[in-house]
Design a protein around this ligand. Structure first.
Ligand code: IPE
Ligand code: IPE
Ligand code: MG
Length: 228
């Protein structure tokens, strides 16, 4: 077999299944989300140790506002606590934070916290942790197209340059947990030629071992980009 092994530079994950994880254990959904944050913490460390260039995590979608207010505020609280608790670790370990999505529509205290974290990690050049917050791909593409149009012609390259992900390495691998096989408005543009990896594992049970498994399978995939 004359196949060249290419390593993934940019992996994105739809972290799904917190609710079902909790339900199986007769626990409140919020506990599932809490355990989901633990899985994030461990995975970010692993991604950094593996030397991944970018890890993009879908944390809150433009559609997740449809959930009961109590759940939305639990998720926002967890986000806040995660950034507060782990910012020092990002700074000390050369992790750069980036946010995609319309995060400025979140509450003012969260926006301030995020912007402080963005500034304080801006010169780091290790792994970029990209958190998708109030993110919807359709919203992102519409915003990018409007900006491209204001500057001139709407071409794919002009739109791409205005996407929230501009400047990140191309998306190599898209993972979704919990057995659902759909994109749920995540990275629709960027996934054009990404490889996909789906697992039944619920997000709180996802470990660095699962990421390694996905990356190993990625290396066996032949990417043709429409050519031959
Ligand atoms: C993913 O878990 C977390 C977010 C979408 C914020 P879910 O809350 O969607 O869990 P399920 O899909 O109900 O199991
Ligand atoms: C996608 O999961 C959004 C995040 C993981 C943040 P959802 O649970 O919201 O997706 P659907 O509703 O099952 O498509
Ligand atoms: Mg879900």
């Amino acid at each position: 077999m004359n196949q060249q092994v290419t390593k993934a530079r940019h992996v994105a994950i739809i972290m799904d299944g917190n609710g079902r994880w909790a339900k199986k254990r007769h626990l409140p959904r919020a506990v599932g989300h809490q355990r989901g944050v633990e899985a994030v913490r461990v995975l970010v460390r692993a991604a950094r140790q593996m030397g991944l260039e970018a890890l993009t995590l879908y944390a809150f979608s433009t559609e997740n506002w449809r959930r009961p207010e109590e759940e939305v505020s639990a998720l926002m609280g967890l986000l806040k606590r995660y950034i507060l608790a782990d910012l020092r670790e990002f700074i000390d370990n050369n992790v750069r934070l980036r946010i995609i999505g319309n995060y400025k529509e979140l509450s003012a205290d969260i926006v301030d916290l995020l912007e402080d974290a963005l500034t304080r990690t801006a010169s780091n050049d290790g792994t970029t942790l990209v958190v998708a917050l109030n993110y919807g791909s359709q919203d992102e593409i519409a915003r990018a197209a409007a900006k491209a149009s204001a500057k001139g012609a709407i071409t794919p390259a002009a739109i791409e340059a205005e996407l929230d992900t501009a400047g990140l390495p191309p998306l190599d691998l898209l993972i979704r947990t919990s057995g659902e096989v759909r994109l749920s408005n995540f990275l629709l543009w960027q996934a054009a030629y990404a490889e996909m990896w789906f697992t039944d594992v619920l997000w709180p049970d996802f470990t660095p071992g699962h990421l390694e498994q996905a990356l190993t399978e990625f290396e066996t995939r032949e990417r043709r980009y429409g050519g031959r």
